[in-house]
Design a binder for this molecule. Sequence first.
Ligand code: MG
Length: 202
Amino acid sequence: MKIICVGRNYAEHAAELGNTVPDEPVLFLKPKTSLLSPGMFLSYPAFTNELHYECELVVKIMKNGKLLQPKQSKYYYEEVSLGIDFTARDYQNKLKKKGLPWEKAKAFDHSAAVGDFIHKSELNLEDCRFSLSKNGDKVQTGHTRDMIFSIDQIIADASQFFTLNIGDLIFTGTPAGVGECVVGDLLEGELEGKSLLSVEIR
Ligand code: MG
């Protein structure tokens, strides 16, 4: 099982971090050890002083596949949830400045939190809203209509490079509003009014 993540998939978020809008999906991977399942808490990592949340729509692959066309993608997933792509922003900025890979800042243990999954038929995925609250205050809102690359385009593009396997997860990118979290914070995600995600930082 692997986790495929999309970077810079919302124009406003790309701008808030000073990045340009990409002309193809920006993909990176997180290993199995990065998964933080429902009910688990995140221990604040020792190597960062600037841990950021990035709330994202997450898609679960339910069929093995490769070299897919976008029109085939819908047959490869049926469950979605919300997740948090935890990022050591200070560390990432240091690596970016040197032109080095992001993994240490992005793919560390428990950096990929996921919530409970629901069937995609419960939503209109092209037009649904999600939000993240920190200690009860809303800090991020996203609308899937604003994605630069759609779920189907992301799956097809990823499958040109990585064989998709049952159980793989795809983090589809964060909207604007990323920010810091500290020990004691409670992060909660809602997708179309359904509470799917809850993560405490300890
Ligand atoms: Mg992200």
